[in-house]
Design a protein around this ligand. Structure first.
Ligand code: 6PG
Length: 221
């Protein structure tokens, strides 16, 4: 882990701690939406060490790979092993998979679970892949149009670029937040992010759908 990535993760954990604390001064429960992948791990560990009334914190994922929760590809596993530790284990975590069903069969049940969360989220934290995808909104995903153009709030995604089917909140749903944070690592993503900021076709770079939000970008090479 680079020192810069570690320092960035600790800064992000402090910012999220402050945001949740501020919102908990005004509301009974708060929702934190996090992403998977490798970038968030040091952030999860730093946030888990914060002293929050975790019993009042709901946590869910922006997206999930449709795999068993024991699989190393599972974002739920990543959250349980790195964020839901210590006092943070008291948080209410809502995973996005339903065991043995297919994503198309399970999406409705997951949507019901997710609808009961205290939207708008206090914070939505999104990563970005080297192709400009975010959550599981991929440039080559047929569902991208659906996710960006309708109020389908949770969609099953099968796309040529990904080995596993996925489930993802749509851009519409992920926009329902008081704060959006992009947490991105990798020097190879610098150009993609720059293109996303200057391009004009959201279908090419789904991350663009979030660059107009009240946004903070935490980026390290
Ligand atoms: C996932 C994430 C995905 C991730 C990007 C970046 O399930 O993989 O939700 O959108 O944020 O792929 O991943 P890295 O930060 O590991 O490069």
């Amino acid at each position: 882990m680079s020192e810069l990535r570690q320092a960035l993760a600790e800064q992000l954990a402090e910012a999220v701690f402050q945001a949740l604390t501020d919102d908990l001064a005004r509301q009974e429960r708060v929702l934190l939406v996090v992403s998977g992948g490798s970038t968030p791990v040091p952030f999860f560990k730093a946030l888990a060490a914060k002293h929050l009334p975790w019993k009042q914190v709901d946590i869910t994922l922006a997206d999930e790979r449709w795999v068993d929760e024991q699989s190393r590809d599972s974002n739920a596993k990543l959250v349980r092993e790195n964020l839901l530790q210590g006092a943070a284990a008291d948080a209410n975590f809502v995973p996005l998979t339903t065991g043995d069903l297919t994503p198309e069969e399970g999406v409705e049940e997951v949507a019901k679970r997710a609808a009961s969360l205290p939207w708008p989220a206090s914070v939505v934290i999104l990563g970005m892949g080297g192709d400009g995808h975010t959550a599981s909104l991929f440039p080559d995903s047929p569902e991208l149009t659906l996710a960006l153009a309708t109020d389908e709030l949770l969609v099953a995604v099968r796309t040529p670029s990904q080995p596993q089917p996925r489930i993802t909140f749509s851009a519409d749903r992920l926009h329902q937040a008081k704060r959006h944070i992009l947490h991105i690592t990798g020097d190879e993503k610098r150009t993609v992010l720059a293109n996303a900021m200057s391009g004009d076709d959201v279908r090419q770079l789904p991350i663009r759908a979030f660059l107009s939000c009240p946004l903070a970008i935490y980026w390290a090479p």
